[in-house]
Design a protein around this ligand. Structure first.
Ligand code: NAP
Length: 280
């Protein structure tokens, strides 16, 4: 019997407590998963007093994926390279940091039979989630990446960080209204990923601009998972692309976190729970 949790702020729209607790009940496990919405000034107290809660594992979300690293006793290789952590395993009072976001992204492509080796990718945005995407792409063998980013500096920093370990050719284009800027790079890309919050509930009418080109054969991956069918994906499908919703990334990063905490494989169970909750 153990307590697991999620820390971040705000957390009102998180699916994690619902699906984690549904899974524990289905498996007749006496575990419990709780959301801890922590304002930044509470973070220090939370970690200093963590032993009072007897927590076995934590998920970390926006805006603390890098900030929590200072409280860790040990970092996995992925966290060391990415400088971002979304899972903490607490063993005998020691805090061990993992990153399963990149795995969730890779696994979502793998189940659709999409290989990354030698492919070209295009990424909208350069925030925290883009870093996991870049890591997964580079690890999977993507050779060229183009970023279209409002803050190019952030894209360059992650290219330096990850490119040190997994060399990759990268180009960064300053985000502008003029989408002619990206016509050629996007038309040469095999995988196109939205890592911005554009299209996320309640702003479901927004989407990153896509040039007027044929998209057949390309894979469009939207990290936004609420709604499941974003405008970005609907538009891409109408032009012939294959669409993948961020719900799969969320599902597989969560399954991987459970396998780290409980030393077992939970992918099939998590898939069943997501189906039961009509999330996939
Ligand atoms: P973040 O660190 O705040 O990064 C957001 C990125 O989008 C930044 O590059 C930001 O640019 C850019 N952006 C925001 N609004 C924009 C706009 N109007 N026009 C152009 N660019 C804009 O957030 P994050 O953690 O990366 O999360 C991004 C999205 O991914 C969220 O919707 C989140 O729910 C989703 N996500 C999904 C999963 C999953 O498992 N499916 C996992 C993680 C995140 P600036 O840097 O200039 O602000």
């Amino acid at each position: 019997m153990a307590i697991f949790g999620l820390i971040g702020y705000p957390l009102e729209h998180s699916f994690s407590p619902k699906y984690m607790n549904t899974l524990f009940r289905r498996k007749e496990m006496l575990h419990y998963y709780e959301a801890f919405p922590l304002k930044e000034e509470m973070l220090d107290d939370f970690f200093k007093n963590l032993n009072l809660f007897k927590i076995r594992g934590l998920n970390i979300t926006i805006p603390y994926k890098t900030k929590v690293i200072t409280y860790m006793d040990e970092l996995s290789e992925d966290v060391e390279i990415m400088d971002a952590c979304n899972v903490i395993d607490i063993k005998d009072g020691r805090l061990i940091a993992y990153n399963t976001d990149w795995y969730g992204f890779s696994k979502s492509l793998e189940i659709k039979g999409i290989s990354l080796k030698g492919k070209k990718a295009f990424i909208y945005g350069s925030g925290g989630a883009a870093k996991s995407v870049l890591y997964a792409l580079a690890k999977g063998g993507v050779e060229d990446v183009v970023f279209f980013a409002r803050t190019p500096q952030k894209a360059m920093e992650m290219i330096d960080l990850i490119g040190d370990r997994y060399p990759i050719r990268a180009k960064v284009i300053q985000w502008e209204e003029n989408i002619d800027l990206i016509r050629e790079d996007l038309s040469l890309s095999d995988i196109v990923v939205n890592t911005t919050p554009l299209g996320m509930y309640p702003y479901v009418e927004t989407m990153p601009s896509i040039p007027d080109i044929t998209l057949s054969g390309k894979v469009f991956f939207d990290l936004v998972y609420n709604p499941l069918k974003t405008r970005f994906l609907e538009f891409a499908v109408s032009r012939g692309a294959i669409a993948i919703s961020g719900i799969y990334m969320l599902m597989y990063q969560g399954a991987k976190a459970l396998s780290i905490w409980l030393d077992d494989n939970f992918e099939k169970d998590v898939e069943e729970v997501f189906k039961e909750l009509e999330l996939i």
